[in-house]
Design a protein around this ligand. Structure first.
Ligand code: 5AD
Ligand code: SF4
Length: 444
């Protein structure tokens, strides 16, 4: 296959982008392309981008500049994803070595657009396609242990800070049967953990089935052992959905529930559509239905108008709720979002935002540490994912999404083991494998 054209892809941003990259590689494989791990000499280079914060965009712009050095005269350079959608033709003007700019709904045209680029055309394709789910693409999965399955594209919430409704368009759900079909195929390939993806995944509705139906249907695929989803919106946790989570054995005891702020007034300016009390109540309902539930979250500091008192309410909620972990961000103004139209005098200086972020990170870390120290000695089923970054241990994960480093070798990747939590750095655990009947070699 030495003659087949090669494609190199670099992915930024969220899991939805990781999943889109797998779809693009799958599509191109059907057209004879071979994926390669380095950009040098590739016939096609794709950069799948994120637009969520300015920092993410600046990084990608720098990288696009750098990639020029790795291109042959004939290399086609395509920029895809959210930043491509946001900037469209402006990106072609800005970087003359970019041939293609393709938004998240345009990947079906990738092979033909690459052909056009070969013929010297430079194209920006950024229209939305409300029917598009890429159902017929066979994702080329990079990970052999855990798989992403997109079930919903776009977003209908209009949180005032967020660029996603602009970059991914209106919300639409993929048909339940098709999600189940992909799950079956994925399990048949030997993958036993899947994560359902959507911008507000629990608002899933394909016209006939809601997210509760989806969890039940996917959860009953034989051979599937772990079912996760990300990211839900607090307002879409209906009783039905919570009930389905609690009664579907494969659904893992972990929810990533973006809070964004612990202050009702800030939440109102963010147009999150829930108050501090309602968030708290959602957590209580989830915890009552799923004992031992692990909770992680996203929090933004420095949103326009955030007072010290409002920020203190966020810190209070962090300690009250007891998150297992949190992704924390400084607010970044995104062109065209409603937050940019708030009074200029409400802007929080970078100095104040940085200081708040530092305090928030300390609060989150201290909470995580307390929870984790309290877990030492417990035994948990872990799924071995890969070699740890240092390469001397294996990285495994509990159903609660906690990382446990255990001794072992590559042959154990993909296996379920029982691990005793023996130590913690505060955020991750070290563990010892405990022999169980199931983990012992089968006799005969
Ligand atoms: N600035 C900072 N953080 C943001 N997020 C989304 N938009 C912005 C923004 N403009 C964060 C939210 C979201 C996560 C994916 O990124 O916390 O949940
Ligand atoms: Fe994902 Fe949002 Fe970034 Fe797009 S902008 S890649 S949807 S995080």
């Amino acid at each position: 296959m030495a003659d087949s054209p090669t494609v190199y892809i670099e992915t930024y941003g969220c899991q939805m982008n990781v999943s889109d990259s797998e779809l693009m590689l799958g599509r191109l494989a059907e057209y004879g392309y071979r994926a390669v791990d380095v950009p040098d000499g590739a016939d096609v280079i794709l950069v799948n981008t994120c637009a969520i914060r300015d920092h993410a965009e600046q990084r990608v712009l720098g990288r696009i500049g750098e990639l020029k050095r790795h291109m042959k005269a004939s290399t086609v350079l395509g920029v895809t994803g959210c930043m491509a959608q946001r900037l469209g033709p402006r990106l072609l003007e800005r970087a003359k070595h970019v041939d293609l700019v393709i938004g998240p709904d345009g990947y079906r045209a990738l092979p033909s657009l690459i052909e056009s680029a070969r013929n010297g055309e430079r194209v920006a394709k950024v229209d939305f396609d409300l029917e598009e789910h890429y159902e017929d693409f066979r994702a080329r999965r990079v990970d052999g242990v855990s798989a992403w399955i997109p079930v919903q594209r776009g977003c209908d919430y209009k949180c005032t800070y967020c660029i996603v409704p602009t970059t991914r368009g209106p919300e639409r759900s993929r048909a339940l049967d098709d999600v189940v079909r992909e799950t079956r195929e994925t399990v048949a390939e030997g993958i036993t953990e899947i994560t359902l993806l959507g911008q507000t995944v629990n608002s899933y509705n394909d016209g006939t089935n809601d997210f509760a139906d989806l969890l039940q249907a996917v959860g009953s695929v034989p051979g599937l052992r772990r079912l996760r989803f990300t990211s839900p919106h607090p307002n879409d946790f209906s009783e039905r959905v919570i009930e389905a989570m609690a009664t579907t054995g494969a659904v893992c005891e972990h929810v990533h529930l973006p809070m964004q702020s612990g202050s009702s007034t800030t939440l109102k300016r963010m147009l999150r559509r829930y108050s501090r009390e309602e968030y708290r109540e959602c957590v209580a309902r989830l915890r009552a239905a799923i004992p031992g539930l692990a909770l992680t979250t996203d929090i933004i500091v420095g949103f326009p108008g955030e007072t010290e008192e409002e920020f203190a309410e966020t810190l209070e909620m962090v300690s009250e709720i007891g998150f297992d972990d949190a992704f924390t961000f400084k607010f970044s103004a995104r062109e065209g979002t409603p937050a940019t139209r708030l009074p200029e005098s409400w802007t929080i200086s970078d100095e104040v935002a940085s200081e708040r972020l530092a305090r928030l990170i300390l609060a989150v870390r201290s909470g995580t540490r307390t929870i984790n120290l309290g877990m030492l000695g417990e035994r948990h089923e872990v799924l071995v994912e890969k070699l740890s970054r240092r390469g001397t241990l294996l990285q495994a994960r509990t159903r609660h999404h906690r990382t446990v480093l255990i001794p072992g070798d590559e042959s154990m990747i993909g296996r379920y083991l029982m691990a005793e939590l023996t130590g913690t750095t505060g955020s991750t655990f070290t563990g010892a494998v405990v022999p169980t009947r199931a983990a012992l070699p089968m006799a005969g």
